[in-house]
Design a protein around this ligand. Structure first.
Ligand code: NAD
Length: 490
């Protein structure tokens, strides 16, 4: 009865092409971080609910995997046009459940379109190989799907991160269980509905809502062949260990602490606006956020421009909310502790309130200078619109700070010097490097994935590298010439 008053009806799992009830599941409130209001509810599904979805995926797999890839891909051409048709609806959902600005939410859906476009190019990339290995003996290798696979998503990109996995895995012939974050379950429902509208056969994509119980059940389920995970490092690690100890393939992307190294010769205006956007975009809640700037030598002229830029970032206008009250408190605690330890707060976003939304979870853009490497704010993932500035005398000292960090998602350098840029490209210990770019996301067909504690597993999650993850090679050797007496090997 209570759920009738909710803005969005209570979420249901999506199995075999339709929403299904999970009568035994407790419901969890879904909040909009923009206002703090409860907007929906979602089921805390059980391992048995997961099993129902896995059975649906297994049932769909034989026909789906036997469908030629050129036919499978037609569904995703149609799906792309549906994403474009419903862009505003999808962006509104992201905004409401995650708290982004509308422009950020829309950019996230545009990225989902790009990911879908890449999946549409897969028939051109998975042609396989063929060679006459002896007289009249032919060997060929082709990529085959794995079967039922799973994708576990975080809260910070409710639409884009599911698109890191769904289009590629499905076009390559797999059937999938998607487990969205319990904080942002609304977008996944719409994704499943649009795929059905595009013609995806029932059971090829199934959505199971829940918390860690479902993640653990995915890692343990004997009929799931591969698990992709995106979330924080401690959970990525446990998921990777649990899934692989159950002999599954796993790629698990974790958290990040990205360093933006700024040299005195950097273009001041471009650097300031780039760094400000990198630290504050999506309220700093992205694994590509430049949360730590390492200034080498005299960079005061760039810092003052940066603060000017950051002042233009206003909560409720071009800066959205953070995900929860706990997140707001955690972020503000990092700022307070750094200040108490001697850092200088140049711009203070603590206590930010958006008129008319006093219960929303907001933190204003914050810039803190003279942070030292031992402070928690310099070492840990803050995940808020906060920039910690460290000062060093040399580029090597800056790189040592970057290298010492256990994460390795992204790093960037701002300079006009090609040789300094090259030096950072060679020596930063991160999977994605930016030169005069604060958010160096590799666009398709390049693949997305960090190093060190930012990713566990061999492949990247998107782009060409993901083909390896979602397929296995079948090698066939044939001989049709009985007169050949070559019987040892081929
Ligand atoms: P999270 O680790 O809390 O949750 C991710 C998923 O794991 C969710 O689906 C959640 O239900 C599940 N989960 C939560 N606790 C669990 C537990 N104890 N056992 C098993 N499963 C559990 O992450 P989040 O807060 O939703 O997302 C933010 C984090 O994700 C940040 O650390 C961010 O850097 C990271 N992230 C990384 C990338 C990347 O590409 N490396 C991309 C996006 C987000």
């Amino acid at each position: 009865m209570e759920t009738q008053a909710l803005k969005y009806p209570a979420i249901r799992n999506y199995v075999a092409g339709q929403p299904i009830d999970t009568p035994a599941a407790a419901l969890l409130d879904v909040f909009s971080p923009l206002s703090g209001a409860v907007i929906s509810a979602m089921p805390l599904s059980s391992a048995a609910d997961l099993d129902t979805a896995v059975k649906a995926a297994q049932a769909a797999f034989p026909a789906w995997s036997a469908t030629p890839i050129k036919e499978r891909v037609q569904i995703f051409y149609r799906y792309k046009t549906l994403l474009e048709r419903d862009m505003k609806v999808l962006a509104d959902l992201v905004r409401e459940e995650n708290g982004k600005t509308f422009d950020e939410a829309r950019a996230e859906v545009e990225k989902a379109v790009e990911l879908t476009e890449f999946a549409c190019s897969l028939p051109q990339l998975v042609q396989g190989e063929f060679l006459e290995v002896s007289k009249g003996v032919e060997a060929r290798a082709e990529r085959k799907p794995l079967g039922v696979v799973a994708s576990i998503a975080p809260f910070n990109f409710p639409n884009m991160v599911p698109h890191w996995t769904i289009p590629n895995a499905l076009v390559l012939g797999n059937c999938m269980i998607l487990k969205p974050s319990e904080k942002v379950p609304l977008s996944a429902v719409k994704i499943a509905e649009l795929l059905k509208e595009a013609g995806l056969p029932n059971g090829v994509l199934n959505v199971v809502n829940g918390d860690k119980t479902i993640v653990e059940a995915i890692c343990d389920h004997p009929d799931i062949q591969a698990v992709s995970f995106v979330g924080s490092t401690p959970i990525a690690k446990t998921v990777y260990i649990r899934a692989t100890s159950n002999l599954k393939r796993c790629v698990a992307l974790g958290g990040a602490k990205n360093h933006l190294i700024v040299l005195p010769d950097a273009h001041p205006e471009m650097t300031a606006s780039n760094v400000a956007a990198s630290m504050s975009g999506c309220a700093g809640q992205r694994c590509m956020a430049g949360s730590t700037m390492v200034g080498v030598g005299s960079i005061d002229h760039i810092v003052s421009k940066l603060v000017e830029e950051a002042r233009k970032i206003v909560v409720g206008q071009n800066l959205g909310s953070v995900i929860s009250r706990e997140a707001k408190e955690r972020i503000e605690r990092y700022i307070t502790e750094a200040e108490a330890a001697g850092a200088k707060v140049l711009l203070d976003g603590r206590g930010a309130v958006v008129p008319g939304h006093k219960d929303g979870y907001y933190v204003g853009a914050t810039v803190i200078d003279y942070v030292t490497p031992d402070m928690a704010i310099a070492k840990e993932e803050v995940f808020g619109p906060v920039l910690a500035i460290l000062r060093t005398k040399s580029l090597d000292e800056a790189l040592a700070i970057e290298n010492a960090n256990p994460y390795g998602n992204a790093a960037a350098v701002f300079t006009q010097s090609g040789s300094h840029a090259r030096y950072v490209m060679d020596h930063a210990s991160a999977g994605m490097i930016g030169v005069n770019i604060g958010v160096p996301v590799p666009r398709e067909p390049f693949s997305f994935g960090g190093w060190n504690e930012s990713k566990f597993g061999a492949c990247d999650i998107t782009g060409k590298s993901s083909i390896e993850f979602w397929t296995q090679l079948k090698k066939t050797t044939t001989k049709w010439n009985p007169e050949s007496r070559v019987n040892w090997m081929s």
